[in-house]
Design a protein around this ligand. Structure first.
Ligand SMILES: CC(C)(COP(=O)(O)OP(=O)(O)OC[C@H]1O[C@@H](n2cnc3c(N)ncnc32)[C@H](O)[C@@H]1OP(=O)(O)O)[C@@H](O)C(=O)NCCC(=O)NCCS
Length: 420
């Protein structure tokens, strides 16, 4: 691992929280308003925070800590199973120390520490899309933002109208178990089926000073015969126009695990009194809202990148999921950041189960793909065929891309439960 001269890697435990938050305030062009610190601190996993200190006075500025990052460990749904995942977050470099290789050093550190913990893929939500592709992160969860007009309607789903709905003030102690129960049922690749307290707390964080005139966070819960089946943490903001109430509502944290629960959730949120619209982010591309809407144009769908994924341990990641077609191919993976992945891999699948072994040096490959693109395809949403169609996959054996594509494809579009 290369750390630029004059710098050293350090842990950033809770006792160094002011230094950590100061670097991120500089990096993200903001200061945390008074009264928000406790909520912000509760949403950080301090055991996983790392920093880079300037040890050479010529390189140092006002703050001795020049760069920081953290991560959340979670268990992520993949087709046929789950995979231990390291969600990179809170990445920031103090402006005086930019473009000296500190991010590159932190990425090496993050990858090495994640692998040491047995986390074989890493995920992130990018502040700027260009930053992380060079490190092998591919877009695994493209998404829509939708803005439902008041009264948007959806085609019938049997039993949907009978599901019980509860509206409550959001409270992490009371509702985290409900959210966990729903996510444990979530069949979509990318779902966060188990997570630690900090990641959960970060989703419920709601300091008054960050509300910008909106109400406090509320939660709506939809229940079916098996228990909680959908939820949304949401807020509304009321305003009055010349023609009357002109409020808006929004959710960034939600999940729905059956078609009936999904239809009920969106129908209820599209019909809140005094609102003219309700928006939701992070919809998977095949969300029931999109397929059931009576007027899909009215949803104002906007494509967004959501979660980017990077395979860290290729054989462990590929064997953690199941596949939809048998195959026997040699795949050359190019990885210029994690050298142990940069090889020709022999991959066979029988009855959904994969065997992945490293081929001898110089072995012929049926297909060549970069780690970024393999990672984009890992959750089964972005297909190998479409990557080939974009000129990103080289095929040496005719049909190899289509075979691999059929095997990797997931029946449901992937979606990360939360942004982080
Ligand atoms: C983005 C940020 C973390 C980069 O840190 P840094 O230490 O300057 O990055 P490095 O010097 O290690 O650069 C590594 C590579 O990424 C490139 N890079 C860095 N920031 C980039 C950006 N915003 N856009 C495109 N490329 C970028 C560098 O040019 C360099 O490329 P190279 O290896 O081909 O020469 C830092 O500028 C920052 O804190 N920005 C504001 C907060 C932010 O965006 N954080 C990311 C949150 S997801």
């Amino acid at each position: 691992m290369t750390v630029p001269a004059g710098y050293r890697l350090v842990d950033m435990p809770f006792s160094r929280r002011d230094e950590m938050l100061s670097v991120d305030e500089w990096a993200f062009a903001m200061t945390h308003p008074e009264g928000t610190q406790t909520a912000v601190e509760a949403g950080i996993d301090w055991d996983r925070c790392r920093g880079i200190e300037a040890v050479d006075s010529r390189a140092s500025s006002a703050s001795e800590v020049a760069a920081v990052h953290s991560s959340y460990g979670y268990s992520m749904r993949v087709p046929g199973g789950t995979v231990p995942t390291s969600g990179l977050t809170w990445v920031g470099v103090q402006p005086a120390h930019r473009r000296r290789g500190l991010l590159r050093a932190m990425i090496d550190d993050h990858f090495a520490r994640s692998l040491a913990r047995g986390e074989v893929v890493s995920t992130l939500v990018a502040a700027e899309t260009k930053i992380y592709q060079r490190f092998g992160y591919g877009l695994a969860c493209p998404s829509y933002k939708m803005t439902m007009p008041r009264g948007a309607t959806f085609r019938e789903v049997a039993g949907s109208d009978d599901l019980r709905v509860r509206f409550e003030d959001a409270d992490v102690a009371r509702h985290a178990p409900v959210v966990r129960a729903i996510l444990a049922r979530d069949p979509r690749p990318g779902a966060m089926v188990e997570m630690g307290e900090a990641l959960m707390a970060s989703q419920f964080a709601d300091p008054e000073a960050l509300r910008e005139g909106q109400e406090r966070k509320r939660i709506v819960i939809v229940e079916d015969e098996h228990g909680p089946a959908a939820f949304a943490l949401f807020r509304r903001k009321l305003s009055w126009g010349d023609t009357g109430a002109n409020g808006t509502g929004s959710t960034e944290q939600w999940a729905a695990v059956t078609p009936a629960a999904s239809r009920r959730l969106w129908s209820v949120l599209a019909d809140l009194d005094l609102l003219t619209s309700f928006s939701a982010t992070c919809l998977p591309l095949d969300d029931p809202a999109v397929l059931l809407a009576d007027d899909v144009r009215a949803l104002g769908l906007k494509a967004q990148d959501h979660v980017w994924l990077r395979i860290l341990d290729l054989p462990a990641a590929l064997t953690a999921r199941t596949y939809g077609a048998d195959l026997d191919v040699a795949v050359q993976v190019t990885d210029n950041v994690v050298p142990q992945n940069d090889a020709v891999w022999h991959m066979t699948v029988e009855a959904g189960i994969a065997r992945v072994t490293r081929a001898a040096d110089g072995a012929q490959a049926d297909l060549r793909i970069s780690m970024q693109d393999l990672s984009a395809a890992y959750l089964g949403g972005t297909t190998i065929d479409s990557l080939k169609g974009a000129g990103l996959v080289e095929e040496a054996t005719a049909g190899a891309a289509t075979t691999l594509s059929s095997a990797f494809r997931s029946p449901m579009a992937p979606r990360s439960s939360f942004s982080f």
